[in-house]
Design a protein around this ligand. Structure first.
Ligand SMILES: [Cu+2]
Length: 138
């Protein structure tokens, strides 16, 4: 009987100490919450044979990257807005990024978003076909 009591108290004490340990760990985590966690994600956007970015709009976290992968045809991805002119749509680059023309399937271009905001982009060759996308960084 004495043995059981000793074992039980060891179990109870170790449970108490493990909770105490967690409490300390949580506190340490919340203290360092001003620095961004290391878990940055790379999101995939496909550039398809149907002249589309898939998905065309994407919301990511600050510090994440977007990797545009060529699936079919030739495309490029340039940051900037698209305006309507009398000759049709036209991309206006803002200079943040501009891939060269991607020609071979599975070729890719990656950009890391270090500031928050809304980032429109387009494929210069296919703006008129509506090949436009947006990345929102929170
Ligand atoms: Cu294109």
């Amino acid at each position: 009987m004495k043995k059981v009591v000793i074992i039980l108290s060891i179990v109870v004490l170790s449970i108490i100490f493990s909770f105490y340990g967690c409490g300390i760990a949580d506190q340490a985590n919340s203290d360092s919450s001003t620095t961004p966690s290391s878990g940055a994600t790379t999101h995939i956007v496909e550039m398809t044979g149907d002249y589309e970015f898939v998905p065309s709009s994407l919301t990511i976290k600050q510090g994440d990257s977007v990797k545009w992968i060529l699936v079919e045809k030739e495309h490029e991805v340039a940051s900037g807005t698209v305006i309507e002119t009398k000759d049709g749509r036209e991309g206006v680059p803002d200079g943040l990024w501009n891939s060269d023309t991607l020609r071979i399937a599975k070729e890719s271009f990656t950009y890391t978003f270090n500031s928050t905001g809304t980032f429109p982009y387009y494929c210069d060759s296919h703006v008129d076909l509506g090949m436009i996308g947006t990345i929102t960084v929170e």
